[in-house]
Design a protein around this ligand. Sequence first.
Ligand code: B12
Length: 214
Amino acid sequence: MSLKEKMKELIIEWDEDGLREICKSAIESKEASAAELLRIIGDVLRFIGEQFENEEIFLPDLIGSADTVKTIIDEILDPAIRASGEEKETKGKVILGTAESDVHSIGKDLVGSFLFSNGFEVYNLGVDVPASAFIEKAEEVGAQIIAMSSLLTMSMDFQRKLIKELENRGIRNKYKVIVGGSPTSDEWADEIGADGWADDAIEAVSLVNKILNV
Ligand code: B12
């Protein structure tokens, strides 16, 4: 059984201890890096998401798998990724969060971990974050980028609200706004006047590098 297949089984069974062990030993034996493990977890979650959409599994199954993954990301993978990026100088400051009314955190956290390990200073404000909180943090720390995640169609409008709010305050040009999350797209980013969109955490890093010209 491949590493991916083993991880998939453990995530589906909510086997937190098993997943912790396999991730630790994969990193220690250099079978896979924390970033590679995160990518596998993303694929598995997408698979589980499809099963949920096709009504092959129920909401509690989904929550169990998502919680299992979240624990291991927070405990093992995020610290490992951060440690690998520790020595790099800061390429820029990014304010990151999930839009108001939306509590999906996994994809947003992946984006944060990848940006961090690629040399950016990331201020992760968490989930259900109002537009004003993104702006206030950006003003406070002198950020260059504001990055907002939306997994619910319903919460996408808060991405538009953020841009409007920046315009209303006369500071739209101070920040580059990037958006992401599964219901969003390049077209959506254009429609709301965002500066960029990315499909996944790896592309998010390329996007931010490109926008900041670093
Ligand atoms: C896990 C999950 C949950 C977990 C979240 C746990 C957590 N801590 O995050 C739980 C169980 C709590 C949950 C709850 C709900 N969920 Co949910 N959930 C999912 C699921 C299965 C996977 C999401 C995920 O983590 N994917 C894996 C990550 C790695 O991918 P990602 O999030 O897309 O992120 C990547 C990219 O999008 C991108 N990206 C993400 N953010 C950003 C930001 C920027 C700036 C950039 C550049 C890129 C970027 O990079 C990421 C990494 O590669 C999806 C199904 C799906 N197909 O997406 C449904 C889904 C998103 N959920 C859905 C729903 C409806 C809900 C609930 C309303 C269910 C309910 N009836 O209560 C609640 C929402 C409560 C709320 N107020 O937010 C719907 C949304 C439908 C819609 N379009 O509005 C989906 C699509 C399932 C479905 N088809 O019904 N959910």
